[in-house]
Design a protein around this ligand. Structure first.
Ligand code: PGA
Ligand code: MG
Length: 233
């Protein structure tokens, strides 16, 4: 397989990076899905006759997959016997999420331009999210983002999720690119931790969800306000 090497200029640091491929996170990096999460979770809570939850509270719980999100929400609203309720909660959540998927979500400014620029440079691109694959694929399609990716992997595609390095290592294999030459673009310490452990360089977006913590405190090659700040030189 021919590998295309791109020298990526990182804003602010003045550094550049040689890469062959890019893995891009979904929630909080490409799409602001907080509205979708809030809608699906509140419909689930209504079905279970539990109190509703505010979007601001949900933001801190996003990033470690849907199972973790539902468990955190049940705990937050004070559900009794949350573990026993979980299977039913998951089924209601899945139903509602797939019904509204993308309707309360927006692509962040600069994402389309940024992805196009990476694609035009000849880089292979993967979407790597902790979202279930059955949620991720229709969302990418609904937002016109599916055409950019050579492969798409979700939180249920591998045995373990980010922050474990396994999904990144497997995605690098699928892309045919060694980890050290495969850039991870994410929005949370989850992405950064996985990238560091996998041996991948990482850049972080400043506008996403970082478990309620300031993202600038998380070590990365760069912290970007827009995906189109990634330039090749
Ligand atoms: O569903 C989640 O937890 C969020 O997933 P992502 O940030 O890895 O795209
Ligand atoms: Mg994310």
């Amino acid at each position: 397989m021919e590998l295309i090497v791109m020298q990526l200029n990182l804003p602010a640091s003045g550094q550049s990076l040689d890469i062959d491929a890019v893995m891009v996170d979904l929630d909080g990096t490409m799409v602001n899905t907080l509205g979708d999460f809030a809608e699906a979770l509140n419909r689930m809570l209504a079905d279970l006759q539990l109190p509703s939850i505010a979007p601001q509270a949900i933001e801190h719980m996003v990033g470690k997959g849907s199972e973790n999100l539902i468990r955190s929400v049940l705990k937050h609203v004070g559900a009794e016997q949350a573990e026993a309720l979980y299977p039913q909660a998951w089924l209601r959540y899945e139903h509602h999420y797939l019904t509204i998927n993308g309707q309360f979500a927006d692509v962040y400014p600069g994402v389309l331009q940024g992805l196009q620029r990476l694609k035009d440079a000849g880089l292979r691109l993967a979407c790597l999210t902790n979202k279930p694959l059955s949620f991720a694929r229709p969302l990418l399609a609904a937002k016109g983002l599916d055409g950019f990716f050579d492969c798409v992997f979700g939180g249920d595609s591998f045995e373990r999720k980010k922050p474990d390095p396994m999904p990144l290592i497997e995605t690098c294999k699928a892309l045919g690119s060694p980890p050290a030459r495969t850039l991870m673009v994410g929005d949370s310490s989850n992405d950064a931790q996985a990238a560091h452990a996998a041996g991948c360089p990482v850049v972080l977006m400043t506008y996403g969800y970082n478990h309620g913590q300031p993202i600038e405190a998380v070590a990365a090659r760069a912290h970007l306000d827009s995906l189109d700040q990634l330039q090749h030189g």
